[in-house]
Design a protein. Structure first.
Length: 511
């Protein structure tokens, strides 16, 4: 690894960030090329710098135009990055001229890196030529011998082997051996285009062993950029320090997961769409998305379910949630301490559909994993649950996070951790939560005054005392959270409605 660089910090004061430099062409449609490399590296948690070799005008239909970057400007970009930025792995994609390949090889000799991943891009997935045959001999003589791995598809392997026919897995093994003789340490021949195969088969050869890497073929239109993404994901794993076989396996699993996730996304009108590296774009029907960012007035009447109570009264969680919403609940928390994870997830998905239809946010108590799995609107965590800052990292910036707090210090920490609201209590004694210390109205007031976040009061609250709670009248107190007074009753809807009226009568939520 090269050590050149201009930092004034001493080495032991720095944490090394894994860094991939991609040397490739720009794809205006952002499915492949530099753009795919950036997304793949971001998804794999690795920094990615970029040297652009060509600009292409392309979309899901094909490549409409290409313009090479002048060789000396490619050289300048390479030098800028490699002389300063502690690159671990260089990954190459579209190298459109002999001059650019030679420039790259020369610069890598001057600034050696830990590993070189070569995706010998020649033809785009749409069939357009991105690097002509004139380049083949320079690839063979200069670039391939420097590579730690090359990742040709069948067409590229065949072109590098003077048109050798590749139709079977045995052919792929022979090709891998012949390509290995050209100098790269590892060869991954990708068999995605192999005819008559149910599985996708790739062959990895390291000069000693063949590895046949099989996975189910994913039927999707959205495969544009898979080659670039696989190569940059391999580069990312190698940059993290993984050995080549592990890097290839993890990279393949990542690309397959992303392809499978993106099977149905629709971008562009052409035959080959891009896929979603960050696993975020899958379309949910309009009514399935929470429309609004968190609104503190949602805390007005906060219904918190309890599986034991619902069981006692012979109703499902879904029925309980429906009834609470019909009675006027403004936010729901599923607090299912006894449920099996699988059942909890199923119930959560069903409740989420109802909540989304009514525009009521649904949070999950304690279980960040369940919240992620069902795409709930957020979580509520206590002082001994997953820290809110960790939940925030896992859930992302848009989800709602509530934290239980009994003191101003805890409220301050919740704010620092990126929470959206705090739940303060038990205000009154409760049988719903064992060994829970009661803070009383004074404790509630102290926390509300100190908190930078909106507050919902919880613990022993019902129709008879909700008004007294709200009458502490601090601007931060936005509502009450209630379990037994709603769910340990015969008719959830009636009890919720009564509480709703009391709260409206106390005229809060408007402050
Ligand atoms: C709105 C609200 N406030 C407080 C709590 C209590 O959370 P926690 O302290 O984690 O206790 P459990 O509910 O997990 O027993 C809450 N659930 N909701
Ligand atoms: C979960 C929780 N956290 C503090 S008190 C409490 C229980 C609230 O239940 P109830 O509304 O039945 O008193
Ligand atoms: Mg908890």
């Amino acid at each position: 690894m090269q050590e050149k660089g201009g930092s004034t910090l001493s080495d032991d004061s720095r944490t090394k960030t894994p860094h991939v430099l991609t040397v490739a062409g720009s794809d205006s449609g952002a499915g492949a090329g530099i753009q795919a490399d950036l997304k793949a590296c971001a998804a794999r948690g690795v920094y990615c710098s970029t040297v652009i070799t060509a600009l292409t005008a392309q979309n899901t239909i094909g490549v409409q135009g290409a313009s090479n970057v002048p060789e000396d400007f490619v050289a300048q970009q390479l030098k800028s990055v490699l002389s300063d930025m502690q690159v671990d792995v260089v990954k190459t994609g579209m190298l459109p001229s002999v001059g650019i390949v030679k420039t790259l090889c020369r610069t890598l000799r001057e600034y050696p890196v830990h590993a070189l991943v070569v995706d010998p891009v020649m033809v785009s997935t749409s069939g357009d030529v991105l690097a002509g045959p004139s380049i083949l001999s320079t690839f063979r003589e200069e670039l391939l011998p420097m590579a730690d791995i090359i990742t040709p598809n069948l067409k590229e392997a065949s072109a590098l082997l003077n048109g050798m026919q590749l139709e079977t897995v045995d052919d792929m093994r022979s090709a891998a051996r012949l390509l290995h003789n050209m100098g790269p340490k590892n060869v991954l021949v990708k068999g995605g285009d192999l005819p008559d195969s149910l599985d996708a088969v790739d062959i990895l050869y390291n000069g000693h062993n063949f590895y046949e890497l099989r996975s189910p073929r994913i039927r999707t239109r959205n495969t544009h950029g898979t080659g670039c993404s696989l190569a940059s994901s391999i580069a990312a794993e190698v940059a993290k320090g993984y050995p080549m076989l592990s890097a290839v396996k993890v990279a393949k699993r990542f690309v397959e997961t992303a392809l499978d996730y993106s099977k149905e996304i629709v971008i562009g009108n052409g035959p080959q769409g891009p896929f979603d590296h960050l696993l975020r774009l899958k379309s949910h029907s309009q009514d399935c998305h929470r429309q609004q960012p968190f609104d503190p007035s949602d805390l007005f009447l906060y219904a918190v379910t309890d599986s034991r109570m619902n069981k006692r009264w012979g109703r499902s969680i879904v029925d309980a949630v429906k009834a609470a919403i019909d009675g006027g609940a403004t936010i729901i928390q599923l607090r299912e301490k006894d449920a099996e994870t699988k059942d909890f997830l199923e119930s959560a998905k069903a409740c989420l559909r109802i909540c989304r239809l009514h525009g009521v946010p649904l949070l999950i108590n304690d279980r960040v994993d369940v919240a992620i799995a069902c795409d709930a609107d957020g979580v509520h965590v206590g002082q001994s649950d997953m820290p809110a800052c960790v939940a925030r990292t896992l859930l992302g910036p848009e989800k709602i996070i509530g934290v239980s707090c009994k003191t101003p210090e805890q409220a301050e920490q919740a704010w620092v951790d990126g929470a959206d609201y705090i739940g303060c209590g038990g205000v009154y004694p409760t049988n719903t939560k064992e060994n829970n210390i009661t803070v009383g109205l004074n404790g509630l007031k102290t926390v509300c005054m100190a908190s930078k976040l909106p507050v919902v009061a919880i613990g022993g609250i019902g129709v008879s005392n909700a008004r007294a709670v709200m009458e502490i009248r601090t601007p931060n107190l936005k509502g009450v959270a209630v379990v037994s007074a709603l769910f340990d009753r015969e008719c959830v809807q009636t009890e919720t409605r009564k509480l709703h009226e009391v709260l409206l009568g106390s005229n809060i939520g408007s402050t």
